[in-house]
Design a protein around this ligand. Structure first.
Ligand code: PGA
Length: 254
């Protein structure tokens, strides 16, 4: 395990998830303002919902265009078709893409129904390289410390690949499904090395159920037990959390 001697990430704690959404959307908008050809990494799950709503508002109120922006998502459930309402492709269209002027050809998500996940993963990495890498990646964190679907045990060197979801993640994500048995058990996710190559990373965490993961990511030894801990080795990473998520490590954010 690497020693915890790395550069500390920037840490920002705001009152609640609404403030986190406003702040994060402003950070993304700043990136688009600086470079209208930006490549933005995106995440799914409940945490970025409100951020996407704020970005849609900004798109309208400031006429901020996404016409030349490219997006890259972290992951997709394996075995779930892109038109299925549980797919992350569907989520992204419903939460953001349908309400902005992004071009379909500039949207990148893994194909969850490929019959050749190894080729799909290799191709995904190549596409990210071909578009010049990610300028800013918005990511969430699992209650077990995962980033993307890089579950505990994932290597710092991991790349896009087919993974098995941990029991914790399946239970956590069952809230989006009728029954836990309906939750997919596999996904194609970018790797930790893929995420770490983004020029800037913005990790969001809101709610008390993330407080243990945030504390582990910031204070436990950097290593695969808590994949988010690797972000402490990134030169430009921000942990943006609400007060509930910072509950177990308030002093880190003061
Ligand atoms: P959540 O998921 O936003 O739905 O809590 C985050 C994650 O699993 O990365």
């Amino acid at each position: 395990m690497a020693k915890n001697t790395s550069k500390s990430p920037q840490k920002i704690c705001l009152k609640n998830k609404i403030e986190v959404a406003k702040f994060s959307s402003e950070m993304i908008d700043q990136q688009l303002f600086m470079n209208k050809n930006s490549v933005i990494g995106l995440a799914t799950g409940s945490t970025p919902h409100q951020t996407y709503r704020e970005l849609i508002k900004i798109h309208v109120s400031r006429q901020r265009s996404w016409a030349q922006v490219k997006t890259v998502n972290l992951d997709e459930y394996y075995g779930v078709h892109r038109n299925n309402t549980q797919s992350y492709n569907y989520y992204m269209h419903m939460q953001l893409f349908n309400y902005i002027d992004i071009r379909k050809c500039n949207i990148l998500l893994p194909n969850g129904t490929t019959s050749d996940p190894i080729a799909e993963a290799k191709n995904y990495e190549k596409k990210i390289t071909d578009i010049g890498g990610i300028d800013l990646w918005l990511i969430g964190i699992g209650s077990n410390g995962h980033i993307g679907f890089n579950e505990p045990g994932s290597s710092r060197k991991s790349r896009t690949r087919l993974v098995n979801l941990s029991d914790t993640t399946i239970t956590d994500n069952s809230r989006f499904f009728d029954k836990e048995i309906d939750v997919p058990t596999q996904a194609i996710t970018v790797g930790i090395a893929t995420i770490m190559e983004a020029r800037k990373i913005l990790l969001l965490a809101t709610g008390k159920n993330k407080s243990r993961a945030i504390n582990a990511a910031l204070n436990e030894p950097i290593g695969p037990n808590c994949p988010a801990s690797f972000l402490r080795q990134h030169p430009d990473c921000t942990f943006l959390v609400d007060e509930a998520a910072a509950e177990l490590c308030k002093s880190d954010f003061s």
